[in-house]
Write a protein that binds this ligand. Sequence first.
Ligand code: NOJ
Ligand code: CA
Length: 550
Amino acid sequence: MKHEKDWYKNLVIYQIYPRSFKDGNNDGIGDLKGMTEKLDYLKELGINAIWMSPVYASPNVDNGYDISDYFSIMEEFGTMEDWEAFRDGAHKRGIAIIMDLVLNHTSDQHIWFRESRKSRSNPYADYYVWRDPAPDGSAPTNWMSVFGESAWEYVPERDQYYLHLFAKEQPDLNWDNPEAREKILDIVRFWNEKGVDGYRIDAISYLDKGLDGRSNDAELYGTNACVNLEGTHRYIKEMTAKTMAPDNLMTVGEVNINSPQDAMDYASAASGEFNMSIAFVPPIVEIQTWSPEKLKRDLKQDYEVLKEDGWWARFFSNHDKPRQVSLYGNDSTYWKESAKMLACYLHTLPGTPFIYQGEELGMTNVAYSSIEEYDDIDTRNFYKTMLDQGAAPEEALAESQRISRDNSRTPMQWDASDHAGFSEKEPWLGVNPNYRDINAVSQLQDESSIFRFYQKLIALRREHPVMVQGDLTLRCPEEGPVIAYTRSHEATTWLAVHNFSDQEQIYEAEGITLTPDPPVILSNYDAHNRVFKDGNPVLRPYETILFQLG
Ligand code: NOJ
Ligand code: CA
């Protein structure tokens, strides 16, 4: 659907992981009918765009990120009519539809690949990345796939290997082939015709594999070896210009950002690639490296790099990450406070906020008691690799619990009835046992709930241009767990202060003077007993305050 330029800046995007959102026909698997049933809930929350993880036909080796037919809907999720009903229901409520495009690879069950693997001379022979074996018959390079093991798979019919940066059932497409490229763009054209409003584009920084003349001197993940190469940027620009820019469709690329230049390349208007980017960081790396100090550094740098000419996707969660309240907050003593603080942080920054399903309820990580209960291909491979490397099963399980993508994929917690109201049948993945306490029905009845707090934040964004257009200045020391910044637009200045710790912190404002007790727009604690020390607010654990300064 055609849109105004820059319309994406006013969006609040809600990500649905369809398999886990709502089961409409009670077979234990979330689906499009279920999604349509819950549109009023999303309208009440206030979001105005939905990004759905893939709903196309797929053998589900990687839960829909392995697509066997881009023009039809996965049977378990319903029919094309169900998709259209969802689209119409969303549009009727003023909610835009953002589809997930997986264009780096297909499923090995896609007709192109089934043909391609048959011989070196069939019409699809060059649609994928095929290479001859090394002289000793081994794989062409030493690249590893993201999910473990070699990134190459041998096919006797061709006496060649094909590249798969992800699972071996996800062969990489050959973007260097102009005919294949046009066919790939036809997928986008098809969905454009269907009236979608934008795209989240999966794993898009690896299109150019840069294989020619490669040496094997380093042990590398394939995705590190071929990330952000020149050809990738060329192909993205071509795709954007031909299929997305003409109607100003919203675009967010899932990419790898290794330098400020990468951020500019992917998300500045001048480069003609995406409106914004989602930087992929492996969960294990994020768990080990994040800190409030790092958040501040990254925030400052991202802002500087893109403030003239770009835009930001603001998120802590998605279907590849642990639950945000468990990772960045505190999912026990300060569960409610920290869930709200994280929300206030994301929604008061310049950029477009993304909410991952269940985040608005403060859903937490799960810890299944055996590896069999995990579904995620990444977790299962990770567990196996740990065992192979000599870890004890308990240790491998504990690590898997921490990093598993299933933490965010447990069924949505709608109410306190069996299976959390997600389905009447045993769901495909176990519900988090805390659903009797954490669920939508109870939070809708509670004015102080996390859901109600999200609702307020989203409404503020709609009503106050400073939230969308205001500039950003950091107002806190580089050290320590307090993150604070002002947003200014015309005569309005707001100050947001967040305590990323479970200890009291005194906030000493930098570069501004806080008049005693400035008006508070929003906070996660009762304002009446707020304490000031020498004019500086004393922040309680995970406290967040949005002050109005002018
Ligand atoms: C990123 C997606 O978010 C993830 O879920 C998927 O496994 C890979 N790309 C491969 O498509
Ligand atoms: Ca179902």
